[in-house]
Structure formats: structure tokens, C-alpha cells
Design a protein around this ligand. Structure first.
Ligand code: AMP
Ligand code: GLY
Length: 437
């Protein structure tokens, strides 16, 4: 079978790595891919947000299955175009992708199906939003309604911060995404992510994870796209997982189907958990990055069978073969990230590292230049390992980090150190007083 993966980050490298191990995969193409991906797959230079161009590419290359990595093509309706052209596709329709592209849409779905989440209100003028904030008091959370590349959320610890966030959003800090603003109750608890495949009707859990969003050790400093992650997440106990499925995920999927916009693809739910009760923070309609890297490390080749069963509407027949294992990924970023950083610096030592079912360096932002691997983005490498325990996975990952020769790069040394101690994220946010995004 010929498979096309859309995207070019660490998430897509991990997907490609898992898919490639499955004997059903004959030809693997990733668009646009990156330097690491080019070692295991063909890379194609096509516009991944242009559904028409991708349909033509699939016809010309006899592509049997498309896996959509990032949210932008989903929001642009690429999965709809492919399915209309008869191409088997993993990823939700644009209508179902609103679970990520509109925060107020997700809140309406939660209200309609009774899923526990923060109390909320939506505003289209600054004055009304400010009156509401003054009436509610701080801490309080201000969000741009639309897609804001993960930057449209301000967790305001005092009223002044919330009021200025409203001004910034209505002044166009996030473009059209901020034309409407959602204001939410501040939830306390421990955060975890839960990944489920949905085929419109059935739901199949494929793993839990926790990430580290702040750039600095001890969860300090500015927010990033994620500096590391591990799976499973200890806070997602069996009881919490069951409640998450029964009270939040299944009701959401049923409500989407009822509205005539069934959800097909991976649903990435972010929860705030306190006292054993999960409440929804947000949905994403794609795999997390770098969470996908730890999920793929654990699932391996079966990932292709699961994604295909999902795309075919056959999840009722699919089973996950779980190993009692742990995976952890450390993000290596260019010095300066998430602020300004240098591009084009050379990375050495990668060839000598092990590449097997317990060790893998996924490339997030790399390119080839004069035969060398160079950094081409902010988050550059995802050094990923698997082990029988989280401690073993962590030791393996950092042992690889220590062998990488990249003076212009850095990473957090504390990924996976603070597992299951409770309420870390909100406590860190409270202490620093910084917006979480
Ligand atoms: P989001 O983009 O919605 O995931 O928000 C980014 C981060 O902001 C989340 O991962 C949480 O850490 C934090 N956050 C969002 N909404 C809330 C909320 N209602 N209460 C507390 N923290 C929140
Ligand atoms: N790591 C967070 C995300 O993918 O949104």
C-alpha cells in the first residue's frame, strides 16, 4: 500500500517511523517532510493546505491512504476533498475540526452533551468582556476563539492582566482568531492528555501523555509548543480514564454524529483533573507534538492498522496490543527559543546513536546542508526512548542527548521528573504569575 503523510515535524517523523515498520506499507511519502524523515521516506514538495493539489498528487502516485498530521490542512478541508475523491483518509472533516478551530464551538458541544468543563461566556465586544471579568474576578482565563497557533490563551492571575488580554485580543493580536473572545473559569488540578481514535461512532483509546509546556526547568519561563512529554500519564488512572470516556469523550462523539458532522480521526483531549474528576480544557483534532512521538514509540507498527481501521469506520474490530512500557521524549531546541534563535547551525553525533524499538531521534526542524544535518527551526530534535519504567526511558533518552554534539542547542533536564505529584501546572502558573500561553 502507498501511504502519504502530510506534515514535516517531529510528529510526522514519528508517524512515518511507525507506519514504515508495518509490512503493509510499500511506498511511504511525506509532504513536505524534513531531513530526518528523508532517511526513511520520500519527501514531496506540495502545498499541504491545497486539497486539489493533493488529490492530483494522490492520483499520479497511486496513493492508497493519506494521514493528515497538522490542524491547518484539516481546517482547510483537505480531508473532505480527499474523501470526496475516493481516497482513504485519516483526519476529520473541516466541520468536525471545529472542535479545535473554535473554542466556543467546543464549549457549546460540551454544554449540549453535559461534558464537565469550565464555566464560560463568549463576547464580541471588549466592554462586555471586561464587565464580565470584573463581575467574576481573578484568576480567570481569556482565550481568542479561533486558531492562534497555540498562543491565544492567557491564564490571568489578576484582573488587570485579564482586562489587558481582552484589549490585546480585540486590538487584533491574533488576527481574526480574536474577533470573538471566550472567558473561562480558572480550573485547578493536574493536566493530562488523552488520545482516542474515533471513526464517527466508535472510540478506541490509544494512550495518555503529559507534556512540559514551559521552556525552563521546574516549569518556569515562557510557554512553548512543548519541551518534552512522557506516556503513560500516571494521573490518568483507570477510574479517571473511564470517567473521561463516559462523561466527556463518548458524549462528544455522539453529539457530533447527532449534528450530522461525525468525528473521524484522532481526538486529543486535554483535561484538568482534581479529586479523580476530569474536566475538559480543550480538544485538538490531531496528534500532539511532541506527544505523538511517545505514543508512536509505544504503539510501533500497529499504529498503521489502527489508523486505517479508524479511516475505514471499523474501529469496533480494532484492538490495541498494549505493552506495559513507558516512553519519554526530550525536545532539543535552538538557543533563544521560544524567542529569536539562529538557524543553520550544524548538529553532530546523530549517526552514532542507536535506532531501534527503544531509541529514536525524531527530527522536528532539520534540513540537510552540504551533507550535514543543520537546525532549521526552534524545536529541532525529539530524543525519544522507551523502557520498562519511566526512569529507564528517561535514562535512555538523556544518554542519547549527551551524545549529541550541538553547542547551539539546549533542552530541559527535568522531563518526566515530576510525575504524579499533583496540581503542578496550575501551581507553577500561580507562582510565576505568567500567562500560560
Ligand atoms: P488551551 O490552548 O486551551 O489548551 O490552553 C492552554 C493552557 O492554558 C492549558 O494547557 C492550560 O494549562 C491552561 N488553561 C486553559 N484553560 C484553562 C482553564 N479554564 N483553567 C486553567 N487553566 C487553563
Ligand atoms: N504539545 C501540544 C500540542 O501539540 O498542541
Amino acid at each position: 500500500m502507498n501511504i502519504l503523510i502530510l506534515g514535516g515535524g517531529g510528529r510526522e517523523h514519528a508517524l512515518a517511523w511507525a507506519v514504515k515498520q508495518n509490512p503493509k506499507c510499500d511506498r511511504l511519502i511525506v509532504a513536505p517532510g524534513n531531513a530526518g524523515i528523508s532517511e526513511i521516506a520520500e519527501c514531496a514538495d506540495i502545498d499541504i493546505n491545497n486539497g486539489g493539489q493533493i488529490v492530483v498528487f494522490c492520483e499520479e502516485n497511486s496513493v492508497d491512504f493519506v494521514i493528515v498530521g497538522p490542524e491547518a490542512p484539516l481546517d482547510a478541508g483537505v480531508a473532505d476533498r480527499l474523501r470526496a475523491a475516493g481516497v482513504l483518509t485519516f483526519g476529520p472533516s473541516a466541520a468536525a475540526a471545529r472542535l479545535e478551530s473554535s473554542k466556543s464551538f467546543t464549549k457549546e458541544i460540551c454544554d449540549a452533551c453535559g461534558a464537565p468543563t469550565a464555566a464560560w461566556a463568549r463576547f464580541d465586544t471588549a466592554d462586555a468582556a471586561k464587565d464580565y471579568i470584573r463581575a467574576q474576578g481573578a484568576p480567570i482565563v481569556v482565550k481568542a476563539d479561533g486558531l492562534a497557533a497555540g498562543k491565544g490563551v492567557v491564564v490571568a492571575m489578576d484582573e488587570a492582566q485579564a482586562l489587558s488580554a481582552v484589549d490585546e485580543m480585540f486590538a487584533g493580536a491574533f488576527g481574526d482568531a480574536g474577533a470573538q473572545v471566550v472567558i473561562e473559569e480558572f480550573m485547578e488540578g493536574e493536566e493530562a492528555s488523552f488520545f482516542v481514535l474515533c471513526d464517527g461512532q466508535d472510540v478506541l483509546p490509544i494512550g495518555t501523555a503529559q507534556d512540559h509546556k514551559r521552556v525552563g526547568e521546574g516549569d518556569t519561563g515562557p510557554n512553548t509548543g512543548g519541551m518534552g512529554a512522557y506516556s503513560p500519564a500516571p494521573v490518568m488512572s483507570e477510574a479517571v480514564t473511564r470517567r473521561a470516556l463516559d462523561e466527556i469523550i463518548r458524549p462528544t462523539i455522539a453529539e457530533m454524529a447527532r449534528r450530522g458532522t461525525p468525528y473521524q480521526g484522532v481526538l486529543y483531549a486535554g483535561f484538568m483533573i482534581r479529586g479523580g474528576q476530569p474536566r475538559l480544557v480543550e480538544y485538538n483534532v490531531r496528534f500532539g507534538d511532541p506527544e505523538c512521538q511517545v505514543l508512536m514509540m509505544r504503539l510501533g507498527a500497529q499504529a498503521l492498522d489502527l489508523l486505517q481501521a479508524c479511516a475505514r469506520g471499523r474501529l469496533d474490530e480494532a484492538r490495541v496490543n498494549w505493552a506495559d512500557d513507558h516512553a519519554l521524549t526530550v525536545v532539543m531546541a535552538a538557543r533563544g527559543y521560544p524567542g529569536a534563535y539562529e538557524k543553520g547551525t550544524a548538529i553532530g553525533g546523530l549517526e552514532a546513536l542507536p535506532e531501534d524499538s527503544a531509541h529514536m531521534v525524531f527530527h522536528a526542524g532539520t534540513a540537510k546542508s552540504g551533507g550535514k544535518t543543520v537546525a532549521s527551526g526552534g524545536r529541532v530534535l525529539n530524543v525519544t526512548a522507551r523502557g520498562d519504567t519511566l526512569a529507564e526511558a528517561r535514562e535512555r533518552a538523556y544518554a542519547m542527548v549527551d551524545r549529541i554534539d550541538w553547542p547551539e542547542g539546549f533542552c530541559r533536564r527535568d522531563i518526566g521528573w515530576r510525575t504524579g505529584t499533583g496540581d503542578e501546572t496550575s501551581r507553577a502558573a500561580l507562582k510565576s504569575g505568567n500567562p500560560v500561553r
